[in-house]
Design a protein around this ligand. Structure first.
Ligand code: KIV
Ligand code: ZN
Length: 518
């Protein structure tokens, strides 16, 4: 039996929505292959429910959920659906192959949303919520219902809606702080009151889903847990709409570290937290801030002499968690220059990466050999970046970097000379720039003339050391669409050019998808 269905009060269900709410972050749209890689890591991490997407958004979103439902065996695979017949049926079809599948349907319950967004009366909302649960039950008995904007909903109305959907057959009731408005004391109390007032509340699992607009998503979620919630919806690195969602790593480590307070267990293998964080960051192009709890590069670094001395004498003087328990250092020094194809193939397998064809394996192995010539030690993160590069190039690459030469020296204006192929046809351009990266981007624009606006440029080293690969993220926007482009290389100017072209390729591939909450 799947652990999501256990009605055991000592268990906290971890519902990960990185692939759905996380993907609603600007530019974080992922391909099917990228979602599959993250889903496999989430399964390895031990999350109970993977919200794999919003099936009605587009055919691509549907296909991703279907593919995830086909391969994931140890986590429940869930699709989001608005409370409409088409959405629910698309979600039901998408999760059909899952060993354990869930439909998560929602409708807004606050006055402001009902009047201005839905233009529905409260009676119509209740009726639709019940109907959506009934449609969902035609596909699975694991149905979750969310009252969107519960934070600003009238309490009596919430009780009425939740009562009605329990009667209709919903098994999980989610109480979202959609706009990140609550504060911990109030949120815990709201959960407690709902559980006290809704009839048959003990027959369902109560869940919370908090956004981080005021920086309190984790605190609010934990307060809801103290108020009786036994499912927390969260994302890796706190990714999500606007300021993000509650971060999975912080929730899990708080519950584990303060077991004395929560007295709850999760099924998470915490040593998979840092690998999951790095994978999500590298795929979405959202870097992790160094001082981020648990997964930030400084989370276990001790700067002051007094702290270092204390930690060396007795670790617990300043550390409440152990770095190795959350997976720091878990990513091994895996391969080197002399490693062969078989060793490479089996490391990919251990990392849960399945390349679709022998050609893709050969191409990735060739990239690995080139990298190993430049960098003596290859780590798991390097391999993940290589694979991402391979998937980028598999995804319809309209523009491709062929050649880049950059001259940069003190007292001279940086200059870039570049060749790229546009639909297989090679074109050359050159440009001066404020710096080598600027010169390279300007040279690209001389050919492409994209009209895109560069909103963000950031470089991170994938591993440590000056020979590490730099991972560059650019955020481009054009005509209301935002994409993140990534590129990795030991040369950060080349990584930058690759990232810029990756962004342009994403803008070039027109994808039409609906947003569930707009
Ligand atoms: O924030 C929210 O309310 C949501 C719902 C769809 C659960 O993401
Ligand atoms: Zn949300």
């Amino acid at each position: 039996m799947k652990n999501t269905k256990l009605k055991d009060n000592s268990k906290l269900i971890i519902f990960d929505t990185t692939l759905r709410d996380g993907e609603q972050s600007p530019g974080a749209a992922m391909t099917k292959e990228e979602k599959l890689r993250i889903a496999r890591q989430l399964e390895k991490l031990g999350v109970n429910v993977i919200e794999a997407g919003f099936a009605a958004a587009s055919q691509g979103d549907f296909d991703s959920i279907y593919a995830i439902a086909e391969v994931i065996k140890n986590s429940t695979v869930c699709s989001l659906a608005r409370a409409s017949e088409n959405d629910v049926r698309r979600a039901g079809e998408a999760i059909r192959p899952a060993q354990s599948g869930r439909i998560h349907t929602f409708i807004a319950t606050s006055k402001i949303h009902m009047e201005n967004k839905l233009r529905m009366t409260p009676d119509q909302v209740v009726e639709r919520a019940v109907q959506a649960v009934k449609w969902a039950l035609e596909y699975t008995d694991d149905v979750e219902f969310s009252a969107e904007d519960a934070v600003r909903s009238d309490m009596d109305f919430l009780v009425r809606v939740f009562d009605a959907v329990i009667q209709a057959g919903a098994k999980t009731l989610n109480v979202p702080d959609t706009v990140g408005y609550s504060i911990p004391a109030l949120w815990g109390e709201r959960m407690q009151q709902l559980i006290a007032r809704v009839p048959n509340s003990d027959k369902v699992v109560w869940s919370t889903h908090c956004h981080n607009d005021l920086g309190m998503a984790v605190a609010n979620s934990l307060a809801a847990v103290m108020g009786g919630a036994r499912q927390v919806e969260c994302t890796i690195n706190g990714l999500g709409e606007r300021a993000g969602n509650a971060s999975l790593e912080e929730i899990v480590m708080a519950v584990r570290t303060r077991h004395d307070v929560f007295n709850l267990e999760t099924s998470i293998d915490t040593t998979q937290i840092v690998p999951a964080s790095k994978l999500v960051s590298s795929i979405t192009g959202y870097p992790v801030q160094p001082n981020k709890a648990v997964v930030g590069a400084n989370a276990f670094a001790h700067e002051s002499g007094i702290h270092q001395d204390g930690v060396l004498k007795h670790r617990e003087t300043y550390e409440i968690m152990r770095a190795e328990d959350v997976g720091w250092g878990a990513n091994k020094l895996t391969l080197g220059k002399l490693s062969g194809r078989n060793a490479f193939r089996s490391r990919l397998k251990e990392l849960g990466i399945e390349l679709e064809s022998e050609e893709a394996l050969n191409a990735t192995f060739a990239r690995f050999k080139t990298l190993a010539d430049k960098k003596s030690e290859i780590f798991d993160e390097d391999i993940q970046a290589l694979v991402s590069d391979e998937f980028f190039s598999e995804a319809a690459e309209h523009y491709k970097l062929v050649y880049l030469q950059v001259c940069s020296q003190t007292g001279e204006i940086p200059h870039a000379l570049l060749t790229l192929s546009e639909s297989g046809c090679e074109k050359q351009a050159e440009s001066d720039g404020g710096g080598p990266v600027d010169a390279a981007f300007k040279a690209i624009e001389r050919i492409v003339n994209s009209g895109a606006e560069l909103q963000l440029y950031s470089v991170n080293n994938i591993t440590s050391g000056t020979d590490a690969q730099g991972e560059v993220t650019v955020r481009l926007s054009k005509g209301g669409r935002i994409v993140n482009g990534q590129g990795a290389d030991t040369d950060i100017v080349i990584a930058s050019a690759k990232a810029y072209l990756n962004g342009l390729n994403k803008l070039h591939s027109k994808s039409e998808r609906a947003h569930p909450q707009v």
